[in-house]
Design a binder for this molecule. Structure first.
Ligand code: ATP
Ligand code: MG
Length: 710
């Protein structure tokens, strides 16, 4: 068995041995925080004989929990690696399976993910005949806000349930919550809130769980929300052995309610600061530091490393997105030739739509890859839907037909499809052709179906008179597909569709000399990506969003599409102003500090039609000291003028004086759903009573944008 104290420095050993009381480790990326936590677990089990079921270890993402578990597994006997090494949500699930009966739920309650949430929201919206302008996203945002500020468990879930279910819902939010109740389904927020409710209200349950965990350790604690903290606080009250680990510079979930201040203001018995980084080379660390030092709201740290820099960080500037993708693929291939493994590479990006360019390049170069925590671009539902229309127009194939005939809904369900299928089998015809031929049969003769046929026929008739991108724009609109997605208002899906349009425009420009560029040729050309055979054997390059990469490390890291506006995301800056900008920079810091040996920052020129954005290098590249990075590719200095222009224009858009730090009565604020309003009351817990044109609501600070004094 590995020596617990091997490869730990003096400070780390001290932290491992300080088992009792409230202990905090604050340290930069790669300084061995997670390592200390894992070794501390082993120390408790191996030296103190603490049963592993009495130790709770939590973090915030599945991958990070897995990493924590893997590291612990290397230090203790298999039998001691238990289920209490997990994310806070999975702890809540375990807790609730045992305790939820106290509030009348069965222990096999359902957990609903965001897709189920949307389906439920749509049901309620249809039932309540909510107006068309109201999107599913707005609806769910309102539910979330409602759940944040109202004791909904006491008020809605518990009282006189049966009567409520039978009574007519008095508001759509209550109706939604009651529907959840009817199916005993909990969303992620409920998991936390229900756990908290039971801990607060059932003394014996509280005592049981407090006594269960002699030791509690929490990694990445800067990502804790207020309610997460409360759970941790209650659970640790009995033994008071709480070990928390974090790095305020890596706080990247404030947009979702994380409050790193709780970590900074934590009353500890003992603090440890780790300042040696064991992960990255000095060069990588310097790059990270030169970026993060631009944040004003931070406590400076002094990280150093003894790892010599064999590779200097590279900034690659491509003339086009294709060049950027190819460059990444070629770098990987050449390093693999030098003896590295495909598994040594991670490609990180700000938003998942960006994977498209990288995936296409890797597929073209026959490099195996996996998309971690996500779905490949061309397998995403919305992309398959959109391509389904194009395919049906071109090929009339049954697969595409079945995919899109009822997307969006045309009231052509399973029964109609079965009838059509039987008829098609009998006549030995394609489904689409059968429908066209027999459209006058009563079962098919509906306006929605006739409109559908007309649309497809009309598009077929366009031939090459319309460009593919124009054709697609027309279909998205006329089929109702885009309004269906807009109504869901799932930004990620909309961004993916925009990215597909962007790629088609790029395809048209790159094939401009080709006469009569037809839809058939396009579909053939992209079949490499859409029909790729993904049987992965051996190791693969890993693609993931930066959020997914939290707590992990890779020998070589590519951070791609570093285009001002995309990363940092101007959308985030618009929404959260200076706080948004600083959070974007912390995200960049997280990305850079994942790298052990080599770091590659890439971006390219061109016009991103989906973002309506001329592409200029990200401000983060400009922030890096020139001596720390080698530039590959010719970059015209004028491009940085473009960056400057974009930075200034977003600066002007967000008033520099309007950082929200406690609002006052009389302040004007904006809320993304309720619009502009005025603060009329300040409550505890950062919430405000606001007058929105005569309607009063209580809203949490993080959902407000400050507009100025009255
Ligand atoms: P992050 O902030 O990114 O989560 P971290 O502070 O949790 O980083 P770890 O992942 O624990 O850092 O450590 C970074 C790397 O350094 C790991 O590979 C770990 O095994 C190694 N490491 C940590 N401490 C030491 C040490 N004293 N000697 C040798 N290697 C170490
Ligand atoms: Mg860590």
């Amino acid at each position: 068995m590995v020596d617990i104290f091997k490869n730990l420095n003096q400070n780390q050993i001290e932290a491992v041995k300080t088992t009792e009381g409230r202990v905090r480790v604050v340290a930069g990326a790669g300084s061995g925080k997670t390592r200390v936590l894992a070794h501390r677990y082993a120390y408790l089990v191996r030296e103190f004989g603490i049963s592993s079921s009495n130790i709770l270890c939590m973090t915030f993402t599945n991958k990070a929990a897995q990493e924590m578990k893997n590291r612990i597994a290397k230090l203790v006997d298999k039998a001691y690696v238990n289920d209490y090494i997990c994310t806070i949500h999975s702890f809540c699930v375990k807790f609730l399976r045992k305790e939820i009966h106290r509030i009348g739920y069965p222990k096999n309650f359902a957990i609903i993910d965001s897709l189920d949430e949307k389906a439920l929201a749509k049901d309620v919206m249809a039932e309540m005949e909510l107006d068309d302008a109201y999107t599913v996203k707005q609806f769910l945002d309102e539910v979330e806000i409602y759940k944040s500020i109202n004791p909904y468990i006491e008020q809605i879930i518990l009282p006189d349930r049966k009567n409520q279910l039978e009574a007519k819902c008095e508001s759509y939010i209550i109706c939604y919550i009651l529907l959840q109740l009817e199916t005993f389904s909990l969303d992620f927020k409920d998991l936390i809130e229900y756990t908290l409710y039971i801990l607060n209200n059932f003394e014996d349950a509280k005592i049981y769980w407090q006594e269960q965990f002699n030791y509690i350790m929490v990694d990445e604690v800067q990502d804790c929300s207020r309610s997460d903290w409360k759970i941790i606080d209650i659970l640790s009250q009995f033994y008071n052995n709480l070990f928390i680990v974090g790095d305020p510079d890596q706080s990247i979930y404030e947009w979702r309610g994380a409050v790193p201040e709780n970590f900074i203001n934590f009353k500890s018995d003992r603090d440890f600061i780790l300042d040696e980084n064991y992960r990255s080379t000095q060069n990588i660390l310097n790059v990270a530091n030169s970026i993060i030092s631009n944040n004003k709201k931070r406590i400076p740290k002094n990280l150093y490393t003894q790892k010599s820099s064999d590779y200097i960080a590279v900034h690659f500037h491509g003339k086009s997105e294709e060049e950027e993708g190819n460059w990444i693929a070629n770098q990987i291939k050449s390093l693999v030739k030098q003896g590295y493994d495909y598994g040594d590479f991670a490609v990180l990006y700000r938003a998942s739509f960006i994977s498209r360019v990288i995936e296409q390049a890797l597929l073209k170069h026959h490099i195996k890859y996996i998309v971690w925590g996500g779905v490949r671009f061309f397998e995403r539902k919305e992309i398959k839907d959109v391509l389904g229309y194009l395919r049906l127009i071109s090929y009339k194939d049954d697969l595409s037909f079945k995919r899109i005939i009822n997307t969006p809904s045309r009231k052509f369900g399973k029964v109609s499809l079965k009838k059509l299928q039987d008829l098609a089998n009998e006549k030995k015809m394609l489904l689409y052709d059968t429908l066209v031929k027999y459209k006058d049969l009563p079962v098919f003769n509906k306006k929605s179906i006739l409109d559908f046929i007309n649309l497809i026929e009309e598009c077929r008739a366009f031939g090459t008179t319309k460009s593919i991108s124009d054709l697609l724009a027309y279909i998205l609109d006329a089929s109702g597909l885009i309004s269906m997605y807009r109504k869901d208002s799932d930004q990620e899906q909309l961004d993916n569709i925009s990215e597909l349009i962007n790629s088609i425009k790029y395809y048209e420009v790159s094939n401009a000399e080709e006469e009569n560029l037809s839809l058939d040729i396009y579909l053939q050309d992209i079949s490499l990506y859409t029909n790729a055979d993904y049987k992965n054997s051996g190791t693969s390059v890993k693609l993931m969003t930066i959020h997914q990469s939290k707590g992990l490390e890779f020998p070589f890291v590519f951070v791609c599409n570093l285009t001002e506006g995309i990363f940092p995301s101007h959308r985030s800056i618009r929404e959260r102003k200076r706080d948004g900008e600083e959070e974007e920079r912390r995200l960049m810091y997280v990305a850079v500090t994942r790298a052990e040996k080599g770091l590659f920052l890439t971006e390219s020129e061109g016009y991103n039609s989906s973002f309506k954005l001329e592409k200029y290098p990200s401000r983060f590249i400009k922030e890096i000291d020139e001596n720390l990075i080698k530039v590959d590719g010719k970059i015209d200095p004028i491009l940085y003028k473009g960056t400057e222009y974009l930075v200034n224009s977003i600066e002007n858009e967000i008033n520099p004086n309007d950082v929200i730090e406690g609002l006052n009565i009389g302040d004007r604020v904006k809320h993304k759903i309720f619009g502009e309003g005025e603060i009329v009351g300040v409550n505890s817990g950062h919430s405000y009573r606001i007058n929105f044109n005569g309607k009063f609501r209580t809203i949490l600070e993080e959902f407000l944008i400050y507009l100025g004094k009255k």
